[in-house]
Design a protein around this ligand. Structure first.
Ligand SMILES: [Zn+2]
Ligand SMILES: [Zn+2]
Length: 594
């Protein structure tokens, strides 16, 4: 939903009104001392920022919430009126943040949340009961329209005034409000579930990856189990790339300044690049992207129309500067490896290349269990687009035609393309309905021009090929983070770092278990033998915590008939079966990528 659409919904008005009711309560708690900043609705809830004489406690939140219910019960009317700047200053005397906002409103160009706005807005206030706020609405008609059973305050966090670390640190109370108690409960369940699925927590518990202070922030260390998942994902994807007609290339991690000047990266991507290294009086930069290298390979010989399409793929590791405050586990990092590829093709091949790339992308995403995929087509922004408008038409149309043929739900983002070409982004919805951007298919009219890319046509003349950047999984780090959260760490059998754990009940059963282990290993399964002298139940519990797909338990009874008892991590008990029977079941699960 766009911001504009959201503003027109009832939920928006419920949340905005809840923020006002909350602010009234806080003003009452600290009479004459509470300073109000801003309090907008946000996705799934609302917040309000306050400058208070002391820190709020969880008990305070409970008190605020119960007082809010009284105000809701009072069914006070929300009323609005237009005021002059002078009147506004009188109303908000002693409220320095509001006075600063009034100044912005008066000067024009800034709204009551301190955000830039086009028109110079009128100054309006909203009142209910004893509370008044600088506000353009919209609100409910009465406080009684807020459902007290669908309202909850969540937590308090620090937030700088206007997001500026040089300005005062305020206390932000987050809350959520819905139409029904059922919706609220579902949302709270999702928040809890998201905490449990947090890839940073699971990454530690399942021993998948870490970030070391000694290495540096945003730089991922893949532990053996995480690295196994990545290797399996890469192996699968490499095989599929070969089938799809890609050629693999390898390129260095640094390149001369002049290369990045020609590519334009030093003009438009410099903020994300690290300072140069100097080698023999030449400046070199760490690569933020792989494209210029692949272009050099394309340019290493004369290309004829018969050589096209050329498809170069590389698991290319790139480095990008992100402010330390914005780094987040695997999702936002400073060093990342993309399943990157660049396509060079003739205009007559272009629509088919787009079709193939989109289909390929869907195949890869679905293989990892992402079934809900939404596409976004970004079109030309006349203000900043490179190339002439006509150049954009055919590729944009081809992207849209491919989307139509794919049957994917998609939406067009007018004028949202980067300056160098139109693109499709694919976002997946995970098990908690959260959207994650993974694949991108991006035209480029800029680099072929800058690097003078050409092929010799049937007519013997030089022509410029189309160039397409595409990454399907995107950054492996981000993809892995998404995968962990989507599956809550319980990877499908084909990706599980350990697929089977063997649990002998007592020490006298270990020898039999070793024999079974050899058999399974030979069949290609990734196994672990838990031969600790622990109780069986403790071993099963540990295996479940490690989210191992199959647990094979063996004791006197199983040994006597040469079988194993099979349990799943879902706690389902499949009972006793022969080793061959188990192997068959495991192979089917692996092949079907369950
Ligand atoms: Zn308001
Ligand atoms: Zn590229």
């Amino acid at each position: 939903m766009t911001k504009k659409n959201y503003e027109e919904t009832e939920l928006y008005r419920i949340r905005h009104s809840s923020a006002h009711v909350m602010a009234q309560t806080v003003m009452e708690m600290f009479p004459g001392e509470a300073k109000l900043a801003i309090g907008p609705p946000i996705a799934d809830g609302f917040y309000y920022d306050f400058d208070l004489p002391r820190s709020l406690t969880p008990e305070d939140l409970e008190l605020i919430e119960s007082r809010m219910r009284e105000i809701i019960d009072g069914d006070f009317k929300f009323e609005t009126r237009v005021v002059s700047a002078e009147e506004a200053r009188e109303i908000f005397e002693g409220q320095p943040y509001k006075l600063e906002l009034i100044e912005g409103l008066e000067g024009g160009g800034v709204d009551e949340y301190g955000e830039p706005t086009e028109a110079a807005p009128e100054i309006t206030v909203y009142t209910h009961d004893t509370f008044i706020d600088l506000c353009r609405g919209p609100h409910l008609e009465r406080t009684g329209q807020i459902n007290p059973a669908a309202l909850k305050l969540l937590n308090v966090a620090g937030a700088y005034w206007r997001g500026d670390e040089k300005r005062p640190m305020l206390q932000r109370i987050y809350g959520t409000a819905w139409k029904t108690n059922e919706e609220l409960e579902h949302h709270l369940w999702k928040l809890e579930e998201a905490k449990k699925r947090d890839h940073r927590v699971l990454g530690r518990e399942l021993d998948l990856f870490s970030i070391s202070e000694d290495v540096g922030p945003g730089l991922i260390l893949w532990h053996p189990k995480g690295a196994m998942v990545r290797k399996l994902a890469e192996d699968f994807s490499r095989e599929e790339h070969e089938k799809a007609g890609y050629d693999f290339v390898y390129t260095p991690h640094i390149g001369k300044a002049q290369l990045w000047e020609t590519s334009g990266h030093l003009d438009w991507f410099a903020d994300a690049m690290y300072p140069p290294l100097e080698i023999e009086q030449q400046k070199y930069y760490l690569k933020p992207m792989n494209c210029p290298f692949h272009i050099q390979i394309y340019k290493s010989k004369t290309r004829s129309y018969r050589d096209l399409p050329v498809r170069y793929a590389e698991w290319g590791t790139v480095y990008r500067y992100e402010r330390s405050g914005t780094l987040h586990g695997l999702l936002r990092v400073r060093g990342l490896t993309q399943d990157d590829a660049h396509l060079f093709c003739r205009p007559d091949q272009m629509p088919e290349e787009i079709d193939r790339t989109l289909e390929f992308s869907l195949h890869i995403l679905r293989s990892f269990g992402f079934d809900q995929i939404h596409a976004y087509l970004a079109t030309r922004d006349p203000e900043k687009a490179a190339g002439d408008p006509a150049q954009w038409e055919a590729p944009t149309q081809a992207l849209q035609d491919s989307l139509e043929r794919s049957g994917l739900p998609y939406q067009i983002e007018e004028a949202e393309a980067t300056f160098y070409g139109p693109k499709i982004d694919l976002k997946v919805k995970d098990a908690l309905d959260r959207e994650w951007q993974l694949s991108t298919i991006q035209f480029d009219f800029f680099l072929p021009e800058r690097f003078g890319l050409a092929y010799v046509g049937k007519d013997g003349q030089e022509h410029q090929p189309y160039m397409i950047h595409r990454a399907l999984m995107g950054a492996m780090e981000r993809f892995f983070g998404t995968l962990i959260e989507h599956h809550a760490g319980a990877f499908p059998v084909w990706l599980a770092p350990v697929q089977v754990i063997l649990i002998p009940i007592a020490d006298r059963h270990v020898e039999y278990a070793q024999g079974v282990a050899d058999q399974l290993r030979e069949a290609g399964l990734r196994i672990e033998l838990d031969d600790r002298s622990e109780r069986m139940n403790a071993k099963i519990r540990d295996a479940q915590l490690q989210k191992v797909p199959y647990m094979l338990v063996m004791g006197d009874r199983e040994i006597e008939v040469g079988q194993v008892s099979v349990r799943l991590r879902s706690e389902e008990n499949l009972g006793a079966m022969s080793i061959e029977g188990f192997l068959e079941r495991a192979k089917t699960d692996i092949e079907e990528k369950k």
